[in-house]
Design a protein around this ligand. Structure first.
Ligand code: ADP
Length: 475
């Protein structure tokens, strides 16, 4: 079986978010399991490891009246073949997205991927597409390419990483960039709310749709989480699957992490975490205190991450015997609010308003608890990281948080964290209080929970198996 994964980013070459981790890890894992795995991404200016990629060929792409140069580069990493689509005009600039011509850039990319298949004679059995940047490949394929002899019988899998970002565009670009007839817009296959909706098109045209956790797969069928695409998803719900993302324990692992002060394993977690905790308190300017419950938050500061609940209860949290470290940047409104409370509670709160990879690892290693009360969470990586580091997550039961954190049951001695259901600040506070009570008053139960959290196996092995079974079922 040959699977071609198409995405706008992939580690180790270029990353802006969780999508890059998935495309960096899943193909590596399927390759280990005897699936020929190919990844295609754009060749960005800011890409890492450019010295390891080599030129292969070039050809022209026709997008309506536009004729564009398309260069192809290649690299082999861990058994996976990466192809990079090169065009200076579209990708020779800083960053990944956020340009006025993003729809044109990714229309070019979508065409380039389909053309690459025949130019290099690498027809895949399955084309795996990710998010709006690659969504229109499904429509281009089913409305045009599948009628060419060479391209017949390719199966399409579309994966939704976050349904909030749909690729909503002016309808005229269907003809302008994709050279598709406008009746395809008016018949509704790609139309939503008066826009061309690329994600809707992919949901309509793909053979199966997946998303990154079983709970999120159920949630996006509802008005609350569907972001306007719940009806089309309802129509396709028998072809909709939720497969939980994994994490790469070669990288996310307190016994291998070079950035933390003291490496530790489940056996040495108590002493190891203590050393990391004191060093972390020193680093961020909090009083050194080995006994106090240290709560960490590492996040983009956006509504999605439950910042409204956190800010609403911040004063209440500060009344407890805790220290809180927040690492994150994002919406100005949340940054300002957090700066305010951190200034008022200097002895308890440290707000680090930046992106800092090293500090984030030190927070996962040094804290006792990790707070993540998301409004919605397709999968979530942070809670899986904190489990591996023995830092007990406190989460809202949504999406991947509900699928990866087992709620603590003090009677049965089970569970790996604390969770609450409603998006309600007081429910969150009650749950934090329960966690604090367990931490201070039941230390043995706490230690046992830390062991269960660290033993949790949320790597790519099982998830890749599920993807492979799904791909195979299409053929
Ligand atoms: P999302 O992809 O929605 O932002 P995830 O939980 O899936 O959320 O992944 C976020 C990742 O980014 C985690 O690895 C987290 O540690 C990291 N991260 C988020 N904010 C920061 C920051 N300010 N500094 C360092 N790492 C961060």
């Amino acid at each position: 079986m040959r699977v071609m994964y198409v995405a706008s980013e992939a580690t180790p070459f270029i990353k802006s978010g969780g999508l890059a981790d998935v495309i960096g890890s899943l193909p590596k894992e399927t390759a280990k399991k005897d699936v020929e795995s190919i990844v295609v991404i754009p060749k960005y200016q800011d890409m890492k490891f450019v010295d390891q990629i080599e030129y292969v060929t070039n050809f022209d792409i026709y997008m309506g009246w536009r004729k564009r140069y398309c260069g192809i580069f290649k690299a082999e990493v861990d058994g996976v073949t990466f192809y990079f689509i090169d065009n200076e005009q579209y990708f020779g600039r800083p960053g990944l997205y956020g340009y006025d011509d993003d729809y044109e850039r990714f229309a070019f990319f979508d065409f380039a991927v389909l053309e690459l298949i025949s130019h290099l004679n690498i027809k895949p059995d399955v084309l795996q597409l990710n998010d709006w940047q690659t969504a229109m490949i499904a429509m281009l394929y089913k409305e045009r390419y599948c009628y060419y002899d060479y391209y017949q019988n390719i199966k399409l899998v579309f994966t939704i990483h976050n349904i909030l970002y749909q690729g909503k565009a002016d309808p005229h670009i269907l003809e302008e960039f994709f050279a598709l007839d406008s009746y395809l817009y008016y018949n509704g296959n790609c139309r939503n709310d008066g826009c061309l909706n690329m994600m809707k098109a992919a949901i309509f045209y793909s053979d199966v749709i997946t998303t990154v956790s079983p709970t999120y797969a159920r949630e996006i069928l509802t008005d609350q989480y569907g972001e306007g695409l719940q009806s089309i998803l309802e129509m396709r719900k028998h072809d909709l699957y939720g497969i939980l993302n994994g994490v790469d324990y070669d990288v996310i692992n307190p016994s291998k992490d070079q950035t933390i002060v003291k490496k530790y394993s489940p056996r040495s977690v108590k002493t190891g975490k203590l050393e990391n905790k004191l060093a972390l308190q020193r680093q961020v300017g909090l009083p050194e205190d080995s006994k106090v419950a240290l709560i960490g938050i590492v996040t983009r500061l956006t509504e999605q991450k439950g910042l409204d609940l956190i800010i609403n209860q911040f004063e209440a949290m500060c009344q407890r015997r805790v220290q809180i470290i927040i690492l994150g940047s994002g919406d100005r409104m949340y940054e300002d609010a957090l700066k305010g409370v951190a200034w008022e509670h200097k002895d308890k709160v440290s707000f680090q308003c930046k992106y800092d990879f090293v500090l984030s690892n030190r927070i996962y290693a040094g804290c006792d608890m990790f707070l993540m009360p998301s409004l919605f969470e397709p999968c979530g990586l942070s809670q899986m990281m904190s489990l591996k580091y023995g830092t007990i997550p406190i989460v809202r039961e949504t999406g991947g948080l509900a699928d990866s954190v087992q709620p603590y049951n003090e009677f049965e001695g089970t569970g790996t964290g604390f969770s609450f259901y409603n998006y309600n600040a007081h429910e969150m506070m009650d749950t934090i209080d329960y966690a604090l009570h367990t931490f201070y008053d039941c230390p043995e139960a706490w230690d046992a929970m830390v062991q269960r959290a660290m033993a949790e196996k949320l790597d790519w092995d099982a998830s890749a198996e599920q993807y492979i079974r799904l791909f195979a079922s299409l053929l």
